[in-house]
Design a protein. Sequence first.
Length: 73
Amino acid sequence: MITETLQLNFRTASGGRTTISVPDPRPDLTDAEVQTIMDTILAGNIFESSGGDLTGILGALIVTRQTKEFNVS
């Protein structure tokens, strides 16, 4: 099975970083749409992190994971 996750990486008020993960992103997601999403998250200050408020955008990426299950008992 192959799964994908969109990872949105932000800087926090304490100088650290935090990631918001979104499972199964649309395959046709564009750079502009991701930028808009991240700008909206920052402007709305809608997520809390252990490092305080989100203060900046560090980047975004899609992580693809392949899982193989074995039939064992």
